[in-house]
Design a protein around this ligand. Structure first.
Ligand code: IPD
Ligand code: CA
Ligand code: CA
Length: 258
């Protein structure tokens, strides 16, 4: 496990360094699914260095990366978002990260999320706890969805689903809750894990957005499910993550029109 974690951390830091290095340079920005779904030269460069570092250490492991898809077939599979928060990055808005997870037969073993702007490295290993810069972290103690709580969410690129998500957003706003839309799901999940926010929900995340964050939250004492409270599967595309204490209340709110 130590070797896996060391390599995940090394790869995350290498990609984070590239993200900082390219600030202010020509990013060769292009659109993917829709105009606002951006990709930059840095996404590709980060994924390349991550793949190189992982494969040098574990040549037969499989890697699923957002930009390069799945390469290889093995019980060990890495799940990589080389730059989570690309829209923020492309606009010079300093909230983005690198997310790297390792699964074995579908079971999460390692999760690492690195925020290069704040030099914050979140990590977790199966049954090993969750950490921020090597200090143990726990989810918040907030027990109710009142104005003292704070949540975060994100909106998918596809406008139709974004408008559905907006309806759910309104259900929380109606409670008088502060709710943020930071723009990097992997980091949002880590903010639940370390208690900066009490809960998070989002439509249409991909495995690379949340694989590492899920393990980090669970190891920090939090809970992750789909919108009906079942164990989250990547195919669900509707994720709720929380400090556990407000989870049921979040599910009820998500599923109750106001
Ligand atoms: C995106 C971010 C964003 C979320 C989107 C993701 P990307 O990832 O995590 O917060 O709202 O759904 O696609 O495209 O920047 O890697
Ligand atoms: Ca992402
Ligand atoms: Ca990405």
């Amino acid at each position: 496990m130590t070797d896996f974690l060391t390599i995940a951390m090394k790869a995350a830091r290498a990609a984070g360094a590239i993200q900082l290095e390219y600030i202010g340079q020509d990013l060769s920005i292009e659109s993917k699914s829709v105009d606002s779904d951006l990709v930059t030269i840095v996404d590709a460069k980060c994924e390349a260095i991550i793949r190189q570092i992982i494969l040098k250490a574990f040549p037969d492991h499989a890697i699923l990366g957002e930009e390069g898809g799945t390469v290889g077939s093995n019980a060990y599979q890495w799940i990589v978002d080389p730059l989570d928060g690309t829209v923020n990055y492309a606009h010079g808005f300093p909230f983005y990260c690198v997310s790297i997870a390792l699964e074995h037969h579908g079971q999460r073993l390692v999760g690492v999320v690195f925020d290069p702007n704040r030099n914050e490295l979140f990590h977790a290993t199966k049954d090993g706890g969750a950490f921020l810069n090597n200090k143990a972290i726990r989810v918040s103690q907030q027990a109710t969805l009142t104005g003292r709580a704070m949540l975060a969410t994100g909106f998918p690129y596809d406008t139709q689903t974004a408008l559905i998500a907006l309806e759910v957003f309104k259900r929380f706003l109606a409670l008088g809750l502060p709710i943020r839309r930071p723009g990097a799901a992997a980091l949002d999940l880590c903010y639940v894990a370390c208690g900066r926010i009490d809960g998070f929900f989002e439509y249409k995340l991909n495995a690379w957005d949340c694989a590492a964050g899920i393990l980090i939250i669970e190891q920090a004492g939090g809970k992750v499910s789909n919108f009906i409270g079942e164990t989250y599967a990547y195919a669900d595309k509707k994720i709720v993550a929380s400090n556990n204490l407000v989870h049921q209340a979040m599910l009820e709110r998500i599923n109750t029109p106001v």
